[in-house]
Design a protein around this ligand. Structure first.
Ligand code: ACO
Length: 326
């Protein structure tokens, strides 16, 4: 089997910072509540003229530069997003156009916070099959445009960001060792955006009921997230005959520091094995993992040969893990 590795990473964070103090002026909340319950101190908000494809392109350019790849060399562009520029066409097609990646086919993956993991899995398989030589995988979200800014239960949690990687066949031992993906659609209602699909098309009444805004039953999501993220991490380690102690870095979806702490405790990971940046950006759904991976690479926290485990959980429910040797 052809081994596939990441040869470039990139990320983009919008400039505008929304702090917990700013949120205190918008809804009945406090920096103390948000920090202790979520670990989030601030998040980024895209500028009015920025769209999801713009964030994606900015991250993608950096990943292409690090990989030393020209846009024309990319055969496949896949974007994990639930907040694309339009319901359709795919944001990946807009990214293809903006980059001038004219030899790529392009599609979006809708798997909420697991979007990047699902997208990376599909890119790995495209390269493994020999269908494409180089693929561009992006997680990009502007969640602040589907958040109800009067609902303190959700508006404090989310932010905007994009992260990207380039993957291609590996010529050594480095590369993706395994991917494990799962879904359970019976949980769809716990975390979803009711409008404006076929169930709740646009109407004045639908707008009044804010069906375009994200809905979440946080407590229930929390419990399943901890269990599923722990299980799928253990599944990856067991499938490769490894234990948590072998990992250099565990890069989980950044939703809430208490979820991350609970998963790390279950896996018996040491503090320095877990990458955390939820304090700076909040939950950016499909973008959290590629942004975190890029920050870890830039900070020199991953060396050649290190084992890195990515782990996500999101609406659907969807969850998955990807283990790689850097
Ligand atoms: N400020 C102040 N008080 C608040 C706020 C706020 N921003 N939000 C909720 N509260 C209040 C509630 O109204 C409630 O008050 P009450 O007891 O008077 O009714 C109280 O705080 C406790 O509310 P809970 O919902 O029980 O708080 P909990 O400790 O569960 O924390 C949270 C809520 C942070 C949403 C948590 O459940 C969570 O993180 N869940 C995971 C959800 C998540 O991250 N989803 C993202 C997508 S999925 C994923 O990425 C994994």
């Amino acid at each position: 089997m052809v081994r596939v590795r990441i040869t470039g990473t990139g990320s983009y964070l919008p400039e505008k910072i929304l702090s917990n103090a700013d949120l205190e002026k918008m809804v009945e909340t406090s920096d103390e509540w948000i920090t202790t319950r979520t670990g989030i101190r601030e998040r980024r908000v895209a500028a009015a003229e920025e769209n999801t494809s713009d964030l994606a392109v900015n991250a993608a350019r950096k990943a292409l530069e690090m990989a030393g790849a020209a846009p024309e060399e990319i055969g496949y562009i896949v974007v994990g997003t639930i907040t694309g520029d339009f319901p359709w066409p795919a944001t990946a097609c807009l990214v293809q156009d903006k980059l001038g990646a004219k030899n790529a086919f392009a599609v979006d993956v809708s798997a909420a916070c697991s979007g990047f993991i699902y997208a990376l899995d599909s890119a790995v398989k495209q390269v493994q099959s020999g269908a494409v030589k180089k693929a561009l995988v992006i997680g990009a979200e502007i969640l602040t445009r589907i958040v109800d800014w009067t609902d303190r239960n959700t508006c404090v949690l989310f932010g905007d960001a994009a992260g990207a990687v380039v993957v291609e066949a590996s010529d050594d031992e480095s590369g993706i060792l395994s991917t494990h993906l799962h879904s359970d659609g019976s949980y769809w209602e716990l975390l979803h955006q009711p409008g404006f699909g076929s169930r709740h098309p646009v109407s004045e009444e639908a707008l009044r009921q804010k069906v375009h805004c994200l809905k979440m039953q946080g407590n229930e999501v929390f419990k399943v997230a901890v269990r599923s993220m722990s299980d799928v991490a253990e599944e990856a380690l067991a499938a490769n005959g490894l234990s948590a102690g072998d990992l250099k870095l565990f890069i989980p979806h950044q939703a809430n520091i208490r979820i991350l702490d609970a998963v790390a405790k279950r896996l018996k990971l040491k503090q320095d094995q877990v990458f955390i940046n939820v304090n700076k950006y909040g939950n950016t759904s499909g973008a959290t993992i590629p942004v975190a991976l890029d920050e870890a690479v830039q900070a020199g926290r991953i060396d050649k040969g290190d084992l890195v485990l990515l782990d996500a959980f999101g609406g659907g429910f969807t969850w998955g893990s990807i283990l790689m040797r850097w």
